[in-house]
Design a protein around this ligand. Sequence first.
Ligand code: IMP
Length: 203
Amino acid sequence: MKLVLASQNQGKLREMQTILEDLGVEVVLQSQLGLALEVEETGTTFAENSLLKARAVMEASGLPAIADDSGLCVDWLNGAPGVYSARYGGVGSDEERYRLLLENLRGATNRAAHFHTAIVCCFPNGDVLQADGDCYGTVAYAPAGEGGFGYDPVFFVPELRRTFAQLTPEEKNAVSHRGKALRDFAVKLEEYMKEKGIHGTDK
Ligand code: IMP
């Protein structure tokens, strides 16, 4: 079975392909099918945005399509930046965004935060699968670490006593929102394929 990933991101393709390989599922980027469509993320939840993207690509390609949406939710800021994580404050770089976050938490008495990922897969027959993952931690007082992207330098994982940016990719994948959502999705897709009698090698 072929799944189209509603994204331009090679990194996401690799992650998705690695975890779904065992099911015999082939994941391709929408661009590999010549689909240039850019879906606006107008939803107010991660799941809504994922559904918007997956549905649009499924309709355009006629193939099952998968999309994910993630972000950082900070308790003190009532869940912000949340679905607006990529464009928080309208500033241009990852560093400017996490510096703005630190600024907005100045004097905060609670620094609890979590990352969330929602993955949605839409099938041409109308079926929809959804999988989610969370990673709970706190917003550090200052950035630490060189790895990762986005808010990684300021997201502190208490059990590991390090920020996401201080973890190896394997360590991050084991505890991250995206890693958990992907593994949850693989389980749900396998169950769905069994239920429908679909084999990985089926077209
Ligand atoms: P996306 O939906 O995966 O593209 O994520 C949207 C935004 O959320 C990114 O641009 C980042 O700012 C933030 N984000 C999502 N996942 C992570 C992560 O694992 N580390 C740091 N920032 C993340």
